[in-house]
Write a protein that binds this ligand. Structure first.
Ligand SMILES: NC(=O)C1=CN([C@@H]2O[C@H](COP(=O)(O)OP(=O)(O)OC[C@H]3O[C@@H](n4cnc5c(N)ncnc54)[C@H](OP(=O)(O)O)[C@@H]3O)[C@@H](O)[C@H]2O)C=CC1
Ligand SMILES: O=C(O)[C@H](O)COP(=O)(O)O
Length: 483
């Protein structure tokens, strides 16, 4: 392991104390825009163990608290986050290269998410079932069904929403009575640390949320196979997610993974609306969103007009630095940019037409639109996580459905048409978690259920579903004395 000197590395939170690691190793954070940033601590295995066992201990008291008491911590957390909005947004901007305005929106959306989670937790009323409703049952038997915490939730988040996707795991876990061990993406760990600082200032009980920093490739296996972890809630790449679920064995997992969301544009679609949604859905934050539109399947008759319309609208995209609020900014790493370039090159070699873009400056890839993409090209199937949209022309609806479903992914899909009945029928056929009719693919609003199928995920999130996924039903049967 290399010892890297980083001035001013952030500490981690372990059982109520902000600490530096005894490893004396820190990890550098490389800002996509070249901004100066502090680093984070590379924690040792014994510090990771202390984080998990500390969380296990803290969870017992927390589980005894009422939903209303737990909600108080979340309200206070949301308030603290808003007080730190500018500092956190600036950190997100520098650390992951997101435009400042979007970074600010992420913080506000997160505070809203946490507040709504507190409210929703208070509405978990449980259920009473009378045994007499079953033929061989008895009216003297009652089942009281409550939701109990699972214990310690391991929350692992990705770089692209370092605050929002982390809180989207932590807040529902907490309201459900769980403790959390939070491992942020290394590039994202500074924003994640500030978010936990806000939670600490809100009155976090010692150990209830412990922050673990270190590279996933170094401490990941140790964390996910730790015997005191009761549930793993992971968002990130499909390969990492699949490997986690295999190693986790009997521990339940919630996985939000990659996507290859299609925009299916039918011949009767409002092309102006479809083009606007494809541009904002495909290129915002440089396409580094799991729900970004990642391919367009358009009926032949309307393809020329749609491509021209998308190209026109791309002119209004702002390209450049996150500090200037650009929509398309340098990608998270040179490795990510090389991958995207490779997909574009492969498509061009195989005959795709570059309608716009295919220009690179460092890690900044200009928004790229490829027409005439065919199914033998990698870009038809692989997830670029960058600003490139391939257009595949199809003969009819059946071909669009067939290509959409041939993907290994199944997160979301958009259908653009004026025929609602047809949209609903097509939606039934698509192997995805959500179908958007006449709208771009996206996660929000955050209280909608959010899930992927096939290689896009396991389990459901979205505020209420997230709480349900991280709690389990506990049934107490009352056997009443007859008469
Ligand atoms: N469906 C969804 O909601 C979303 C899906 N994604 C998907 O995530 C990918 C991009 O995000 P990215 O952050 O690069 O994804 P990664 O899978 O590389 O990383 C995600 C998280 O997993 C950690 N990790 C890495 N290796 C291990 C391991 N062996 N054990 C445990 N944890 C590990 C990372 O830590 P470290 O940073 O230290 O390596 C990070 O915290 C894309 O494929 C995208 O589609 C992204 C956002 C949302
Ligand atoms: O991480 C992601 O990419 C998100 O889950 C997508 O969220 P969004 O649709 O709100 O951008």
């Amino acid at each position: 392991m290399n010892k890297v000197e980083v001035i001013n590395a952030y500490p981690f939170l372990l059982n109520g104390e902000w600490k530096d690691s005894t490893s004396e190793r820190t990890i550098e954070i490389e800002s996509p825009s070249g901004a100066e940033t502090p680093g984070v601590q590379a924690m040792t295995e014994s510090e990771v163990n202390a984080a998990v066992t500390g969380a296990k201990d803290a969870q017992k008291n927390w589980a005894r608290k009422s939903f209303a008491e737990r909600a108080q911590l979340l309200y206070a957390w949301a308030d603290e986050l808003l007080l730190m909005k500018d500092e956190i947004a600036e950190t997100i901007m520098k650390e992951v290269g997101k435009g400042f305005a979007s970074a600010e929106k992420e913080v506000v959306r997160t505070a809203d998410f946490i507040t709504y989670t507190a409210e929703e937790g208070k509405r978990l009323h449980g259920e009473l079932i009378n045994g007499g409703s079953f033929n061989s049952g008895s009216a003297n038997k009652f089942a009281l069904v409550n939701r109990n915490p699972v214990g310690v939730v391991l929350a692992i988040s990705p770089f692209n929403y370092p605050v929002n996707l982390a809180a989207a795991k932590i807040a529902p876990a907490l309201i459900g009575g769980n403790a959390v061990v939070f491992k942020p993406a290394t590039q994202g760990a500074l924003s994640g640390t500030l978010m936990i600082k806000a939670l600490d200032m809100a009155g976090l009980p010692s150990g209830l949320v412990n922050l673990v920093t270190g590279k996933g490739s170094e401490i990941g296996d140790h964390l996910i196979t730790h015997p005191q972890i009761d549930l793993i809630n992971f968002t990130g790449g499909s390969e990492t997610g699949k490997s986690i679920s295999q190693k986790a064995a009997m521990v339940p997992v919630i996985l939000e993974l990659g996507g290859k969301d299609p925009a299916i544009v039918l011949e009767d679609a409002d092309l102006d609306k479809a083009a606007a949604d494809i541009v904002s859905g495909g290129y915002s934050y440089s396409g580094q969103r799991c729900t970004a539109i990642k391919r367009v399947l358009v009926q032949d008759e309307k393809a020329d007009a749609l491509v021209a319309n998308i190209k026109d609208k791309m002119d209004s995209l702002k390209i450049g630095a996150p500090e200037d609020n650009a929509d398309v900014t340098p990608l998270i790493s040179s490795k990510a940019a090389d991958y995207v370039t490779g997909l574009i090159d492969n498509a061009i070699e195989k005959g795709a037409n570059v309608v716009s873009g295919n220009h690179r400056e460092g890690n900044l890839i200009y928004p790229t639109l490829l027409d005439g993409v065919t199914t033998d090209m990698k870009i038809a199937w692989e997830e670029p996580f960058g600003p490139v949209i391939p257009v595949l022309r199809v003969k009819n609806v059946d071909e669009a459905i067939s290509i959409a479903n041939e993907s290994e992914y199944g997160l979301q899909a958009s259908i653009f048409t004026k025929n609602m009945e047809q949209a609903i029928q097509i939606g039934h056929e698509l192997e995805v978690g959500s179908v958007q009719v006449n709208g771009k693919t996206e996660r929000g609003p955050d209280h909608f259920p959010f899930l992927g199928v096939k290689s896009s995920g396991v389990g459901v999130q979205g505020i209420r579903k997230g709480i349900e996924s991280m709690t389990r039903e506990k049934v107490t049967v009352l056997n009443m004395t007859q008469g």
